[in-house]
Design a protein around this ligand. Structure first.
Ligand code: F6P
Length: 541
């Protein structure tokens, strides 16, 4: 498909450059009356002053949701009552609730792969789900519980009889990011062996790591839904060869110190992993949603199975809220709709997430995969070209670090960037002197972005009126982290439903994989640029 760069003026005050397929640019398509009304209001959006909206004494109550362990403040947005009403109408017209029910009940919502998306069933295996699914979840939970307990207590040992002190989780994408993010975020609860994560096929990572470890007490976990991902298999091979060399083992002996987590038992068996050391999860669990499944095994080893269960319970709590709360107090729905307002009506291309908690640094990386792999789509569920802007670019890093890097652009740049600030009210790992400063920074930033400041010197002028949400966790513990993650998962789901896309496939990542394999197989006939790069890197003659 040919592409062109298009330059267009969006609502007379922003210029947007985009590279879109020539045949189908993405207009802000008027799909319904509601859409048209929202477009009309968007044309005048500059007149909405967020700070003035907050003069309404009911605003805060109206635009906030108390989830118990998380308080969600959505009041600092350029969204009036009228706009919110229309956005809620949009959700109704898009049959978000029907789609939600279809997802949760196990309908084949992932249409391009003809399967359900049942990660919610892992958090709460409700009786209406297929028996086979429930049985598998129960069985796997029992295995996660007993195996992690035996590893943590030292009764499950390495091949030479040493208790496990270190675990290497080898996986990539959803088979890495979810557990890595959770283990990092919940450091406070870490009582088991050390857990290391290797994802990149960059050999420097695995080779440097193993130099620091004792092979006799290191467990290798190979996490891969398909058990075909090249990066993971190469890293796993290298790790097992290291075990063999260090401990003078043969291939079958090294597998005794290896656990596989997969949906493809046959491939794991062919890799030599003993049957009782293969954990599985259902096909209906997408990679980026798999942290709730057996893929969370390294979380169980690090934090204990009970903490993993609390994490699942947090996710289930949000699912319950999502299904049962009225739309105007439904946190994931409101977060999704406000995102749609900026993405589809005000032309925002990106969405920033700034956690004021260093342990939540990887939460941003996880959200990137969750959001961009789910909603970075150009065709509808039915395979038609989309006529709307779909998922935003999700980015960010922890505060206060970000303040000393890109906040200049947030305060004085020309781009519209809606922001999510995430903070914790209490932090047992910190101390009051630090935590007060951290929280003061977060709250000051959201206020400064909104109020701005008038100054005669244009360099010191802050336009203000910059939108943000603030999510305040009571504390960062397994349940609240489960809630936080499920909140974003359901937000992404709602947006996908409104854009009529399938949020559960990821065909976009396939072409690059295929070309890599062709290149490694010695393919020829490349364009001059590619051919020269292959030559210079020694990948072709
Ligand atoms: O990048 C594509 C992807 O399929 C992700 O969706 C997935 O999480 C990752 O690769 C790893 O896949 P697997 O678990 O099958 O190794």
């Amino acid at each position: 498909m040919t592409s062109v760069y298009s330059l267009r003026v969006v609502q007379d005050h922003r210029i947007q450059v985009s590279c879109l397929p020539q045949s189908k640019r993405l207009p802000m398509a008027p799909t319904t009356d509601t859409w048209v009304k929202l477009q009309a209001l968007a044309a005048d959006a500059n007149s909405i002053k967020i700070a003035e909206q907050l003069n309404n004494p009911e605003r805060l109550d109206r635009f906030s949701v108390d989830l118990g362990r998380i308080y969600v403040d959505l009041s600092k947005h350029a969204v009036t009552e009228e706009i919110l009403g229309l956005l809620l109408n949009l959700a109704k017209e898009s049959r978000v609730l029907d789609h939600t029910r279809e997802m949760i009940s196990g309908g084949p919502i992932n249409v391009s792969e003809n399967r359900p998306a049942l990660h919610t069933g892992l958090r709460h295996p409700a009786p209406h789900l297929p028996d086979k699914f429930i049985e598998q979840v129960k069985e796997e939970h029992a295995k996660l519980d007993s195996l992690s307990h035996r590893i943590r207590s030292g009764t499950w040992t390495g091949i030479t009889g040493e208790p496990i002190t270190d675990v290497i989780n080898i996986g990539i994408g959803g088979s890495d990011l979810g557990p890595k993010m959770v283990v990092q975020a919940l450091r406070e609860f870490h009582t088991g062996p050390r857990v290391h994560f290797i994802s990149n096929v960059d050999g420097a990572e695995i080779l440097s790591l193993v130099k620091t470890l004792n092979a006799a007490s290191t467990l290798i976990i190979v996490s891969s839904k398909t058990f075909t991902t090249a990066e993971t298999l190469i890293n796993a091979q290298t790790a097992l060869v290291w075990l063999e060399t260090e401990l003078d083992l043969d291939q079958s002996q090294s597998r005794a110190q290896c656990i596989a987590i997969t949906n493809n038992r046959k491939k794991a068996q062919a890799f030599g992993v003993p049957d009782q050391q293969i954990l599985t999860f259902p096909d209906s669990i997408g990679g980026r949603y798999s942290v709730w499944s057996s893929i969370g095994f390294s979380i169980c080893i690090a934090l204990g199975f009970d903490n993993f269960k609390s994490f699942l319970a947090g996710g289930a709590r949000i699912d319950h809220h999502f299904l049962n709360s009225p739309p105007e107090k439904n946190a994931p729905l409101l977060m999704a709709l406000i995102g749609i307002w900026y993405n589809n009506f005000l032309g925002a291309q990106t969405h920033a997430v700034i956690p004021y908690c260093e342990r939540l640094g990887l939460f941003v990386d996880h959200l990137q995969q969750l959001d961009m792999e789910s909603n970075g789509k150009l065709s509808t569920r039915e395979g038609e070209p989309v006529e709307l802007e779909t998922g935003p670019i999700v980015w960010g890093q922890t505060g206060t670090n970000g303040q000393h890097a890109f906040f200049q652009l947030l305060h004085q740049g020309t781009k519209l960037v809606p922001i999510d600030f995430i903070g914790t009210i209490h932090d047992a790992l910190s101390k009051p002197e630090h935590h007060r400063v951290l929280l003061a920074n977060m709250i000051a930033q959201s206020e400064a972005l909104m109020t701005g400041q008038v100054n005669a010197d244009p360099h010191q002028q802050y336009p203000g009126n910059k939108p943000s949400s603030t999510l305040l966790l009571d504390k960062l513990d397994p349940e609240s982290l489960g809630m936080l993650l499920a909140l974003y998962e359901q937000k992404v789901f709602v947006q996908g439903a409104i854009w009529s896309i399938n949020s559960f496939d990821q065909w976009g990542v396939e072409l690059g994989k295929q070309l890599t394999n062709k290149i490694l197989g010695g393919s020829t006939g490349h364009d001059p640029s590619t051919a020269e790069l292959l030559k210079k890197t020694g990948l072709s003659d």
